[in-house]
Design a protein around this ligand. Structure first.
Ligand code: FES
Length: 153
């Protein structure tokens, strides 16, 4: 049976009908068509599905959609302003070459924003520790840390 859930996605209230077992990443991608959020492992190990929920980064493959009632969700689609100006973290990723294939990048960027907003960007070591749940098969890690340091500074 489907149940209704209402949350705010990138500043807009959305109400959708989901199954009890539907995860947040499935709701975003399959129900809402917001495919910027990626699925890698689908079990909390890779970070490709990272979004912000009430200002904290979460793995959206581990969150049941029905538990997001009333939450504020931010995905990569919500970062640039409507005129197309990139969020500072997106601009920093481009500037510092912080990706190659790009598959992990939406999750990396949301985690990177969480890293600064949650106060874990004090040093390169602290950034690496916070970002350790976001895997990058291309090995862009040094440039990702550089992008976060650039936004922090
Ligand atoms: Fe969610 Fe890998 S897809 S952590």
């Amino acid at each position: 049976a489907l149940s209704k859930v209402t949350f705010t996605l990138n500043g807009k209230r959305r109400t959708l009908a989901v199954e009890p077992r539907t995860t947040l990443v499935e709701a975003l991608r399959d129900t809402l068509g917001m495919t910027g959020t990626k699925i890698g492992c689908n079990h909390g190990q890779c970070g490709a599905c990272t979004v912000l929920m009430d200002g904290r980064r979460v793995n959206s493959c581990l969150i049941l959609a029905l538990t997001t009632e009333g939450a504020e969700i931010v995905t990569v689609e919500g970062l640039a302003d409507p005129g197309g100006t990139l969020h500072p973290m997106q601009a920093a990723f481009a500037e510092k070459d912080a990706f190659q294939c790009g598959y992990c990048t939406p999750g990396q960027i949301l985690s990177a924003i969480g890293c600064i907003e949650e106060g874990h960007a004090g040093s390169a070591a602290e950034i690496r520790e916070y970002m350790s749940g976001n895997l990058c098969r291309c090995g862009a890690y040094p440039n990702i840390v550089a992008a976060i340091e650039a936004v922090r500074d």
